[in-house]
Design a binder for this molecule. Structure first.
Ligand SMILES: CSCCC(=O)C(=O)COP(=O)(O)O
Ligand SMILES: [Mg+2]
Length: 209
């Protein structure tokens, strides 16, 4: 394996549980969406303008149910979750091995970046308000769908250019095979993580042991 200069991590199913995203974050956004839009009409107007249909709020609620990784939805979800993190209702789930691995890689001079469909603002909130404390000092940078969809090789080329490294010096870790395949297609190293087994690794502790 060529020397690794940066690790690029997915969130849902990799640093954090799928259940936290699907059973805590998404229902929270769903429950508060209409009220949030009503209270922040000016701030959300440009986001709603990007959503098709006569009733953008109805479209957004359907997108939540369909787990659509659409940038306007992800932006709005992040704004809604900010209130939940601020009042203490939400705490970002991370697996116990996540902070351990982040500290180990940082100590080894390997930069850690995040690439998630959640907005960059939402990513920062999750790690700042994590159940293991503020992990943001351990994270060098963040990428979201504004770099492109996670299942397209071109997105990884955009990220590679931003990191200024050779693609083979970046190791991407995700629980979704199509994302691992897309990263491979762009020349990155990539590992499939499966917390219940069946992937190449079961925890971040097994990555770059
Ligand atoms: C920033 S946490 C919320 C994650 C999210 O909204 C999502 O859709 C999960 O995407 P991922 O790319 O982390 O699997
Ligand atoms: Mg994932």
């Amino acid at each position: 394996m060529p020397e690794i200069g940066a690790v690029l991590l997915d969130i849902e199913g990799t640093t954090s549980s799928i259940a936290f995203v699907s059973e805590v974050l998404f229902p929270y956004a769903r429950a508060h969406l209409r009220d949030f839009v009503a209270r922040h009409a000016d701030a959300v107007a440009p986001i709603l303008a990007e959503v098709p249909g006569d009733d953008p709020v109805a479209t957004l609620l359907r997108w939540i149910d369909d787990d659509r990784k659409a940038t306007p939805l992800k932006t709005l979800q992040g704004m809604i979750w900010a209130e939940g993190y601020a009042d203490g209702t939400l705490k970002g789930h991370v697996y116990p091995d996540t902070p351990v691995a982040l500290r180990r890689w940082r100590g080894a001079g390997i930069a850690v970046h995040i690439y998630s469909s959640g907005s960059i603002a939402a990513q920062k909130l999750l790690f700042r308000h994590s159940i293991e404390g503020d992990l943001t000092p351990l994270i060098a940078g963040y990428f979201d769908t504004t770099s492109g969809p996670k299942q397209e090789a071109g997105s990884y080329r955009v990220i590679t250019a931003a990191l200024g490294l050779a693609p083979g010096a970046i190791l991407f870790v995700s629980d979704v095979q199509a994302e691992v395949d897309a990263a491979h297609a762009a020349g990155l190293q990539a590992l499939l993580i499966a917390r219940e087994g069946g992937g190449e690794v079961r925890s971040l502790g097994e990555v770059l042991p």
